[in-house]
Write a protein that binds this ligand. Structure first.
Ligand code: MSP
Length: 497
């Protein structure tokens, strides 16, 4: 089975923060899980490089928008490599191939009458790159979403006939409950639709940084119209038909809750005009907050992913993001929460289990995997596997980790109760065998979440393979008895709280 998964494209006006990392880590975990389930997977991410916001940021930095885009695309791809993001394609909206696709789609919609020429008169929020109806506060007109002052726009423009798709989009949402996820977001989208849709201005006469529209005036294309089409170009639409045919439509598109309207309303309408099948699921996650405010540059409360990586490494970082908060809800980010989670789950439960078990195998079994029965671990693994997979299919990352923790807790308890340190030779080995085997299975289960740490566990067990390259069937291929352990080290050293 083929599986196509996407993240939003990241604006290149600013440095990434934890909120940006979140969507991509979640998508990566799912992509890895699907690969291990035997799916042929295509995972797309990238950068959103056009538009007024990027042009203004470049001008503040006294450089060309393309220079800024090149610099920030490199920052993102370096960050993704440190975070072990296993994307299949890193897409940039300034790629020539994309310009061709955007212009071809635009031309087709013009010819069909789905795009027409008109006059836009209204308000625009540069930060959200969105046309808005401002709220009036203290005699200032503010964006209803980000509360920044909006700008008045009056210009000739081309419009996408969004209003004509209102009923069709509504019907689709009602017919396919998976399309808007989590469930509790569906009413929000439906209620927005019921207010009535206006046609959408898809060119910006006075913005210079964008793909020229295929119109006599060559007005640049509105950045969101350009960016949404990345999900098509990125998987080969009109360029690599074989890849496109193999993977279209997206199986899952992950987004943050702030960009729901673009993805659950405008995006399906565009696909309907192109007669293309719609994504199966578009899942909106919540925000990372700091003291109850959204983490964002303008509030000055951002945490740099680079700092967290330097301090804790990729595994602890990924683990915290996916374990701490049920996917879909908002979560509070703080160093205290991070450290608590790290010490309790990673240092105490998992790290300690691995360290003490392998120490004992070294001492009691000469550093070789001992002989012994693993029936009880097999039974528990089967139980955990079926729950784990059901939770992963629902994108319930945090619950999936909790399920694996049943195994971690069981193994720690088993050690405490059976006390293999009191025995010698084969007798000690027989008690250690199921624990060592259980640890390997925990590493396999957790590999989509914390790939680097699980690779380390495999190496310490003396295995030459990477669990990420494995398959869930490997859960039941036990370690060969007699195999030497690899070099050992402390996996997650405890941190002062
Ligand atoms: N460029 C658009 C997306 C175009 S996709 C066709 C965009 N970019 S963004 O850089 O502003 O945001 C990218 C993603 O980061 C979005 O899914 C957004 O929800 C997410 N986050 C930004 N701040 C966030 C938090 N504080 N918490 C969680 N996610 C947040 O939107």
């Amino acid at each position: 089975m083929n599986y196509y998964i996407t993240t939003p494209l990241y604006y290149v006006n600013d440095e990434p923060h934890i909120g940006h990392v979140y969507t991509t880590v979640a998508a990566d975990c799912l992509a890895r899980y699907k690969r291990m389930s035997g799916c042929r997977t295509f995972f797309l991410t990238g950068t959103d490089e056009h538009g007024q916001k990027v042009a203004e940021a470049a001008s503040k930095k006294q450089c060309q928008p393309q220079e800024l885009a090149d610099r920030m695309a490199a920052v993102y791809s370096e960050l993704w490599s440190q975070l072990e993001i296993s994307y299949d394609r890193f897409f940039r909206t300034t790629e020539p191939e994309h310009e061709k696709v955007v212009q071809t789609v635009f031309t087709r919609l013009l010819q069909q009458g789905d795009i027409y020429r008109g006059e836009y008169q209204g308000w625009y929020c540069v930060h959200e790159e969105n046309y808005v109806t401002p709220v009036l506060e203290n005699s200032q007109r503010l964006c209803p979403d980000c509360r920044r002052p909006v700008r008045e726009v009056a210009e000739p423009s081309y419009f996408f006939r969004l209003s004509a798709y209102q009923e069709k989009v509504r019907q689709h949402i009602l017919t396919y409950p998976d399309f808007v996820q989590p469930d509790f977001r569906r009413n929000e989208v439906l209620s927005f639709l019921s207010q009535g849709l206006l046609d959408l201005s898809v060119t910006r006469k006075n913005v210079s940084w964008g793909i020229p529209s295929p119109t006599p005036e060559r007005y640049p294309v509105y950045v969101w119209f350009d960016a949404l089409l990345n999900y098509l170009t990125g998987v080969g639409y009109l360029c690599q038909e074989e890849t496109f045919t193999a993977f279209w439509p997206p199986s899952v598109q992950l987004i943050g809750k702030d960009i729901i309207r673009f993805h659950h309303i405008i995006w399906p309408a565009i696909l309907m005009t192109l007669n293309l099948p719609l994504p199966e699921k578009i899942f909106a996650h919540g925000w990372w907050l700091v003291n109850r405010d959204k983490m964002s540059k303008s509030l000055g409360n951002v945490v740099s992913p680079r700092d967290v990586l330097k301090e804790y490494g990729s595994s602890a970082f990924r683990f915290f993001l996916l374990r701490e908060v049920p996917f879909g809800l908002d979560g509070e980010y703080s160093e205290t929460n991070f450290c608590k989670r790290y010490n309790s789950d990673l240092a105490n439960d998992l790290g300690n289990l691995v360290n003490r078990t392998l120490n004992l195998v070294e001492k009691k079994c000469g550093g070789r995997i001992p002989e012994g029965q693993v029936e009880e671990v097999n039974r528990l693994t089967e139980e955990v596997q079926s729950l784990f997979r059901e939770k992963m299919e629902r994108l319930a990352y945090s619950e999936a980790i909790e399920t694996v923790w049943r195994l971690v807790i069981h193994l720690n308890k088993f050690l405490d109760e059976k006390a293999p340190w009191r025995y010698q030779g084969e007798q000690a080995g027989r008690l250690l065998r199921p624990v060592v085997e259980g640890i390997r299975r925990v590493a396999l289960f957790l590999s989509p979440f914390i790939p680097a740490a699980c690779r380390d566990i495999y190496k310490m067990l003396g295995l030459q393979t990477d669990p990420a390259a494995g398959n869930w069937k490997d859960l039941f291929s036990p370690l060969p008895a007699g195999q030497n352990l690899g070099p050992r080290f402390i996996l997650f050293p405890r941190r002062p709280p």
